[in-house]
Design a protein around this ligand. Structure first.
Ligand code: C5P
Length: 405
């Protein structure tokens, strides 16, 4: 932990027994270099002392929306603007409900309405409160507005029961904050990434294509570059600008993408296939525009190479990450695909679900690897990408270290 230097974290503490973990969290965040301001709700004060949080954060704790002295020192709008990240830990069911409905009658909820910084919630509550449909609906509503949910974890609860609803441990939360700001460290790592659709021409004016916008791939390329990687992006036709600090090769067809990848793959340690590559191309491409016919027309298609599978089958393959768009049985089909292609990780999403996929700015993904998986709830692709990049970096380093030892 050392990457949070200069980062400004606004920590909201709401009233739950897990509030004691926020004290340790503040210590970890400050040790990592973050500047932390704490905002407590009235009920949080029943669980943890203001003085404790003040001493640990090194700043007076903000408590009251209507306190003229506090507002004069650093008003709620100023605080909302100050934050790079708002983290509410613990976040109670009551606070989630208030946030979901836009209430702003205390300092923390007013801040959450006023800030443009990302908001992460670390829920903590009894398992039945967590499972209650109203809490789940509030969660879905908040996620649909781009709020992040970190946890809850599962296990023994203060009420004597066991199940989902435990606040993540302070160390895990500090780790999430770090991942958020610096998604893993990929300094100097060569990354080759495919993104966007391909176009398979039928004649000089027509092609077979697909609905991929390239947004997820471009967001991931940006996040990997921000983590220090040297990213080369092989992109199908999209209407997106090349992200800063990335070299881009534009291609049209799957065969062009294949050639561009195979030419460069020796230089990369990590290959991410985010492109929606056409599985088939027309067997022949007419040199002239095809004329309209009165009768039925058949188009003969031949298979394209599976770029990802071929990269994974190289004698010395890079660490490989694929994407899987499924319409049902997401995790089962994606894991089968991961094994069939012989790749390290696969990010799977439901394409016909309301929560994201092609042409959308938001997505919900499940990342799968050998023996594990992690779900990333609906979030703007630009917010999802750094989290994905962090997990990819973690697994990449774990594999490289294991191979080296
Ligand atoms: O088999 P399926 O097309 O569902 O696999 C999707 C994954 O494989 C994506 O990561 C995609 O970029 C990659 N792929 C590829 N070349 C193909 C087809 C898919 O690299 N011809």
């Amino acid at each position: 932990m050392s990457h949070l230097s200069g980062k400004r974290v606004l920590l909201g503490v709401t009233g739950g027994i897990a509030a004691y973990k926020s004290a340790i969290l503040i210590r970890y965040l400050r040790e990592a270099g973050a500047d932390v301001h704490v905002v407590m709700t009235a009920s949080a004060r029943a669980f943890i002392g203001t003085l404790t949080l003040q001493a640990l954060s090194g700043h007076p704790v903000h408590e009251d929306l209507m306190d003229p002295a506090q507002e004069a020192a650093m008003g709620h709008i100023q605080l909302a603007r100050w934050a790079d990240l708002v983290l509410v830990a613990p976040a109670t069911a009551n606070f989630m409900a208030r946030l979901a409905h836009g209430l702003a009658d205390d300092l923390l909820s007013a801040l959450c309405l006023a800030t443009t910084a990302p908001i992460a919630l670390a829920p903590a509550m009894n398992r039945e409160m967590w499972r209650n449909p109203v809490t789940q609906q509030n969660k879905a509503l908040l996620e649909s507005r781009g709020m992040l949910f970190w946890g809850p974890g599962e296990g023994a609860q203060a009420c004597g029961e066991s199940g989902p609803g435990r606040l993540l441990e302070a160390e895990q939360l500090a780790r999430r904050v770090q991942d958020w700001f610096a998604p893993g460290d990929l300094r100097g790592v060569g990354v080759l990434l495919t993104a966007g659709p391909t176009r398979e021409p039928l004649d000089p004016v027509r092609f077979l294509g697909n609905r991929s916008s390239g947004k997820m791939g471009y967001a991931l390329a940006t996040a990997l570059a921000e983590a220090g990687a040297e990213v080369c992006l092989v992109s199908g036709p999209v209407s997106l600008d090349c992200p800063a600090g990335i070299s881009r090769v534009m291609v049209e067809t799957a065969m062009e993408m294949y050639d561009a990848v195979m030419e460069r793959v020796v230089d990369c340690a990590l290959f991410v296939a985010a492109a929606a590559v056409a599985d088939y191309r027309p067997a022949s491409v007419s040199a002239q525009k095809l004329k309209k016919k009165e009768h039925e027309v058949e188009i003969s298609l031949v298979p394209n190479p599976d770029i990802l599978a071929e990269v994974a089958a190289l004698p010395h393959p890079p660490f490989t990450v694929g994407f899987a768009a499924e319409t049902e049985r997401l995790e089962e089909y994606a894991e089968t695909k991961r094994r069939a292609k012989g790749i390290d990780m696969i990010a799977a999403n439901l394409v016909d679900a309301p929560e994201g996929g092609f042409e959308r700015d938001e997505n919900a993904l499940t990342l799968l690897w050998e023996g594990g998986h992690e779900r990333f709830p609906l979030a703007p692709k630009s917010l999802l990408a750094p989290q994905l990049a962090a997990r990819i970096a973690e697994h990449f380093h774990a594999k490289v270290t294991a191979e080296d030892s």
